[in-house]
Design a protein around this ligand. Sequence first.
Ligand code: MN
Ligand code: MN
Length: 453
Amino acid sequence: MELSYKKQNIYAVASEKELAEIQAYSEGYKSFLNSSKTEREAVECGIALVKAHGFKEYQLGDKIKPGDKLYYNNRGKGLFILKAGKADLAKNGVRILVAHVDCPRLDLKQVPLYEKADMAFLKTHYYGGIKKYQWLTIPLALHGVVSLKDGRNVNICVGEEEGDPYFYITDLLPHLAQEQATKTIAEGFPAENLNILVGGIPAKDADKDAVKLGVLKILNEKYGIVEEDLLSAEIEAVPAAKANDIGFDRAFVGGYGHDDRVCTYPEITATIETETDQTVLTILADKEEIGSEGNTGMQSVLIRDILDEIAKNYGVNSAVMRANSKCLSADVTAGFDPDFASAFEEKNASFMNHGVSMNKFTGSRGKSGSNDASAEYVGYLRGVFQRDGVIWQTSELGRVDLGGGGTVAKFIASINIDTVDVGVPVLSMHAPYELISKADIWSAHKAFSAFIK
Ligand code: MN
Ligand code: MN
């Protein structure tokens, strides 16, 4: 019997076979990451993955029967994946996995295009919590849709293909930054200065705003749109960089949007691959980064509607089914960073390569705003993870009273479902290029698979 508790480094204890599995698993993840830079693209990729494994599109009101493999596309921004099981739903409830597919980014304003000093720019309004200076002087891509009055959507994606141009936000040269250098980070980088450079060649025969007109001409030729069409557009500036291995030994993956694709991807793979009699509902939600609001966020009643539909089709009482359901709310947590060690309390920090991490609670200032999972539920999950040999750890988001954060866990718990946060540790969270461990995402896949068995 081991009297003391000790965390384990997966890379240190994995067999040769497991080490190869870890590397192989990350290849699928990197390609998912590269083709899912927006919530819409993540939903499209998720649908492609489940469709390839026989999942069929479901509409609210459709019949559901044991054995069905279904997906529900919520407005192109959220995805529900349902594996209807044989087990007694009243007794076992539903096994629910949740992650979010929106990421911090720069959204274009509705009237974004203007010209100044013979250059054309797009105005942005940032989405989610960002450190604004990190978005200056990096290659950016533009992704999104322009919705036209006749109901058609025009897709835009520039900056990803070989040979595409990038977009760019400028910063002040250090030679002239003496004033900037004395400001706080919050004051030094005003949000209204996050303007994206998109053009510099004036249109011929224009007397005013000729560069802007030149850009509009290109947009019109390429997409058939005019400036007014941008009123009903959702275009996101995201880092153009591709996901890549980090380090001589390739232990890590760098990329945009690990939060929360690094939980999204293993939820999808676990849902597809795990043989189970349980009914599994995997939810990929939008709008987490801005409070889970709206009809694509986890505060929407849609989750209840879908659970009610499942219960109705199985002929069980929805309230009873929910009371016996269980949820892993999978969202990233902060990895311990030795260069910022004072932000953490080491006994309760997530260490890179030590596995998927459980946050019994999140929140800030005395756990405020947190779903604090019960000891009983955490105990149950310890048993589940041990049974399948999952290496995992627990943590909280940084040192007490330094800050904090919330997740969607509380919204699921609020409909009477046992829920806890379990996610992959990330370094440089919310930066344009974040970092995760390949061992940790592999451990997340194993943990999610064990949970839905
Ligand atoms: Mn997140
Ligand atoms: Mn986040």
